[in-house]
Design a protein around this ligand. Structure first.
Ligand code: S3P
Length: 178
């Protein structure tokens, strides 16, 4: 049985702050930070956009699933999952079995301000398509153990709230009794 307290996964839509909150949370806990998109780029030797273009989305999801399985074999890690990872039932099962899963809930306006239209995220579109994708994925995100408001708040403040809510001690600190 995997000890879920040794891993935290941040899930949520593109632009919800998974990477910046993940880095802040990892620093706070003395954990390593793992980005699943980076792991896919390392395993394929390609940028995410090129994996989508050359191999298609189903292949990207397979790479992402493999990266999730590998990351769950590590301990004391904060894992940032790509925006579609938790909406993929198999990847969601992998993540939920071995980690505390935290949904960074973010409003559409914040998302639109944060996500660049530079081609780096193949599924980033206009307001209507982003709204539709967010609505389609929201029920999956809500299956996380914890939902945190990530709209217009700093990564440090959000990381602090995640750590406090999950009662995770900083290095050298004792876990509070619950
Ligand atoms: C995706 C989000 C991206 C990346 C890929 C697909 C998605 O990650 O995995 O472009 O399906 O929403 P971020 O959420 O880190 O941007």
């Amino acid at each position: 049985m995997l000890d879920r307290a040794k891993r935290i996964v941040l899930v949520g839509f593109m632009g919800s702050g998974k990477t910046s909150v993940g880095k802040a949370l990892a620093a706070r806990l003395g954990f390593a930070f793992v980005d699943l998109d980076t792991r896919v780029e390392e395993s394929t030797g390609k940028r995410v956009a090129d994996v989508f273009r050359d191999e298609g989305e189903p292949a990207f999801r397979r790479h992402e699933r493999a990266a999730a399985s590998a990351a769950l074999r590590e301990e004391r890690v904060v894992i940032a999952a790509g925006g579609g990872a938790f909406a993929d039932p198999e990847t969601q099962d992998i993540l939920r079995a071995g980690a505390h899963c935290v949904y960074l809930a973010c409003d559409l306006e914040t998302i639109l301000e944060r996500v660049p239209r530079d081609g780096s995220r193949p599924l980033a579109g206009n307001r209507e398509t982003m709204q539709a994708l967010l609505s389609a994925r929201e029920p999956s995100y809500r299956l996380a153990d914890l939902t945190i408001d990530a709209s217009r708040r700093s990564p440090d403040v959000i990381a602090e709230e995640v750590a406090r809510t999950l009662a995770l001690p900083a290095p050298g600190e004792r876990a509070p009794r619950r």
